[in-house]
Design a binder for this molecule. Sequence first.
Ligand code: FAD
Ligand code: NAI
Length: 466
Amino acid sequence: MADYDVVIIGGGPGGYNAAIRAGQLGLTTACVDSRATLGGTCLNVGCMPSKALLHASEMFEKAMGVDFKTLGIEVEPKLNLAQMMKQKAESVAGLTKGVEFLFRKNKVEWLKGHGRIAGPGKVVVRAEDGSETTCGAKNIVIATGSIPAPLSGVQVDQTRIVDSTGALSLAEVPKRMIVIGAGVIGLELGSVWRRLGAEVTVVEYLDRILPGTDAEIALTLQKSLAKQGMVFRLGAKVTGAKASDKAVALSFEPVAGGAAETLEAEVVLLCVGRRPNTQGVGLESVGIAPDRRGFIETDHGRTSAAGVWAIGDVTPGPMLAHKAEDEGVAVIETIAGRAGHVNYAVIPSVVYTSPEVATVGRTEEELKAAGVDYKVGRFPFSANSRARINHEGEGLVKVLADARTDRILGAHMVGPDVGEMVGEWCVAMEFVAASEDVARTCHPHPTRSEALRQAAMAVEGWAMQV
Ligand code: FAD
Ligand code: NAI
């Protein structure tokens, strides 16, 4: 039986970053993962393949449509879906191999197989051939991630009714696609297939898209996606889906009451959230009981069992790769006797549609509900010179600041490449900046980032370019 300072179960962004940090800090480390390649959901069937298709499909649509023509570029693009999928797979393979390289570099051992806690300080690894090995661990980190949430009456078969994994590998562009759930996956993957030619209808239970996102930003995105051709059926409750060889009949009815309807599509994408993956991890062997929704509750990464930690999607909070990564690093630093910490108030979130959505901090609705006195600064991309010259003037930047102290409480953006710019708000918020700090910071011209500065100026009513 090998003994380690740390054994991490799960090799996604939580687990692999924890493993690398542990290796850096000189802890003897193993990471157990049962997939053929490292990187977890994010690298294999999540963030990275979805971004590969979002990028490629956006290029295709630009070349197909008004964007290129407006710029004076005339081309006749033709979709080669097989090549699009191939380049996605090659990029993903490069990234997963990259994690293997980082493991070797930091002396992390990858124990291939299914990991199960078998009592305090013990992890059993079951290899693909069924053989089992037990290792000793001073610390066990649970980083087993999440899996798609099911919906009763809608049976995923990965052919006609797919989840996000199926939707990343369709062999042909469906004529029609119905997306159940107007969350992040629905809007991103719905955008991919609409750009490639599918008629996409999004059926959402709530009367809005992207629940939890600042409502003004979400509505701006909804209008933009609707203009692109995405159809929204909001306030609609799905009651069942019947798949045949050629199509799926999806039934739904208004949540507020009214006549039921049936829509047909060649493919239905089910994406109504994800749930923590704790099945078969052996939690009971160390007395950990997941909460009502299946999450493992933690206090700074510590579970209720001594020497057992949990990070990432398997714990409460946003299911995001960078949240998992930060928790992984914090837990390892704590194990190594350092001051590990995650600032949950500053975890950004990006929706990689076009235009993009990027947000951090509290929404206007949250501030109202908490009775916080706040000021708002807004700046539209239509008034930003770089966005205008690029013909991408849709969207806005909105910053919320404390009315008394001017401290930035939240920043919410929808517009071109805002995902690349939200880090500026994160840094400002980590340094407890006032909106005036950003307003008085020199930004390069001409860049879209000037819209952030102008929005900060607008908090005190002196935005100059609108
Ligand atoms: P995971 O990445 O889920 O990794 C857990 C790993 O553990 C998996 O490899 C799993 O197979 C393995 N495992 C589980 N149980 C065991 C066991 N008992 N033994 C051995 N191995 C086990 N987030 C973003 O921040 N940005 C994005 O753009 C983004 N896009 C996404 C797109 C899609 C389509 C999806 C589905 C998700 C996306 N996410 C995105 C979310 C992101 O993928 C997750 O938040 C992130 O992967 C969580 O990391 P994790 O380490 O907690 O778990
Ligand atoms: P989600 O939680 O983002 O959205 C699910 C949507 O489905 C919600 O709008 C919800 O109201 C709706 N819904 C729930 N039940 C429904 C029903 N019965 N009928 C119709 N609609 C219903 O979940 P999603 O899109 O599945 O994504 C899962 C997670 O993956 C997200 O929490 C997100 O954190 C992560 N992710 C992150 C990405 C990013 O950061 N860019 C990209 C993709 C996923």
